[in-house]
Write a protein that binds this ligand. Structure first.
Ligand code: FNR
Ligand code: XEN
Length: 354
């Protein structure tokens, strides 16, 4: 029996199925303010039948944006426009989630479709100074980040806490902390980017400290009744980088920290890494992390209903996230249900089409 359409209850929320939309930057906003594009884009995918929709990386401070056009959550003025996105997602029958993020040393870039997505250096129009664990650039096209002081680290943790508070006020029911893809929190985890000699660098315990303290800060404002989740890069895909073994050890610690689910992505921290791209290439990461006993989401080149169902049925993940495939086909969950002979999440308004 297929299990892709089984509901999933975590804390106080229930997903109607195991299909989610992962965070995907749209770079379509001014001053970090959400707008009709986000309502339209995510509302459409909720109407398409997904159980969970996670908004794109939402910056907790202006310098934490990847591009000047990222959406943000650093001001109370961001709350009301985001609440319209929440309403649209719920109207479509999905649970509204948000990813809160800081781009760290990979901030201050062009949009992918402008100037090849290249970084904007601090002395160029529209650029700003970037920050990180150590003064090491992502690659030689990027600016060297300023090494954060302890006070600055605590300031950013406060920004994450305020972002979480605003997300709750906007009505989100699922919070994802972005600790993947070479952005700020991942850059502290990885020995490739973190060469600090203080309490935030060196040993595994020190490298995870920024993330753990951020989780604790967020916990002060995010209720126990709603899922609190973390996206990680399960591996840097290089020998001297963050490893799958470290991800598994981190997962056990995150269980004790009250994290409800780990969203298992990979890479993004090392520009020369060779990523073994292929169907479901990150599922083994989810599977290894899942064995610790924590719930996981699997993501990355999951495109077929049978493939997605196999991942859930064999306990390799609790949720599958479909990124680019959902951009091509917002109604993927409806088609998948049809293919697997399961009751399809068709909005009654669309019934005549199916
Ligand atoms: C992404 N991805 C991404 N990841 C993330 O954690 N936060 C983000 O904001 C984004 N933004 C983003 C934009 C776009 C246009 C794409 C295509 C991807 C990564 C995404 O969530 C997902 O992990 C990957 O796309 C792999 O899944 P698929 O696309 O192979 O299903
Ligand atoms: C390592 C895969 C990264 C894919 N992307 C992730 C983004 C935005 C650009 C694309 C992110 O995490 N914000």
């Amino acid at each position: 029996m297929p299990q892709l359409f089984d509901p999933l209850t975590i804390k106080g929320i229930t997903l109607r199925n195991r299909i989610g939309i992962p965070p995907m930057c749209m770079y379509s906003y001014e001053n970090g303010v959400s707008n009709d594009w986000q309502v339209l884009h995510l509302g459409a995918r909720a109407a398409g039948g997904a159980g969970l929709i996670i908004t794109e990386a939402t910056a907790v401070e202006p310098r934490g944006r990847i591009t000047p056009y990222d959406v943000g959550i650093w001001s109370d003025e961001h709350i009301e426009p985001l609440s319209r996105v929440v309403k649209a997602i719920k109207r479509g029958g999905a649970v509204p989630g948000i990813q809160i993020a800081h781009a760290g040393r990979k901030a201050s870039s062009n949009r992918p479709w402008e100037n090849g997505g290249k970084p904007i250096l601090p002395d160029q129009p529209g650029g700003w100074h970037v920050i990180g664990p150590s003064p090491i650039a992502y690659n030689n096209e990027y600016a060297i980040p300023k090494e954060l002081t302890h006070d600055e680290i605590h300031g950013i943790q406060e920004a994450f806490r305020n972002g979480a508070r605003r997300a709750l006020e906007a009505g989100f029911e699922w919070l994802e902390i972005h600790a993947a893809h070479g952005y700020l929190l991942h850059s502290f985890l990885s020995p490739v980017s973190n060469k600090r000699g203080d309490d935030y660098g060196g040993s595994f315990e020190n490298r995870i400290r920024f993330l753990i303290e951020t989780i604790r800060a967020i916990r002060q404002v995010w209720p126990e009744s709603l899922p609190l989740t973390v996206r990680i890069s399960g591996t840097d895909w290089v020998d001297d980088g963050w490893s799958l073994e470290e991800s598994v050890t981190l997962a056990k610690i995150l269980i004790d920290e009250g994290i409800d689910l780990i969203d298992c992505s990979s890479g993004g921290g090392v520009s020369h890494a060779k990523v073994p791209l292929g169907p479901g290439y990150q599922v083994p990461i989810s599977e290894a992390v899942h064995k610790t006993g924590i719930l996981t989401a699997a993501v990355g080149l999951i495109t077929e209903p049978e493939q997605a169902d196999e991942i859930i049925r064999n306990n390799r993940a609790d949720i599958v996230l479909l990124g680019r495939e959902s951009l091509r086909n917002p109604h993927w969950p409806i088609h998948a249900a049809r293919k697997l002979n399961q009751p399809a999440p068709i909005p009654p308004q669309y019934l005549r089409a199916f």
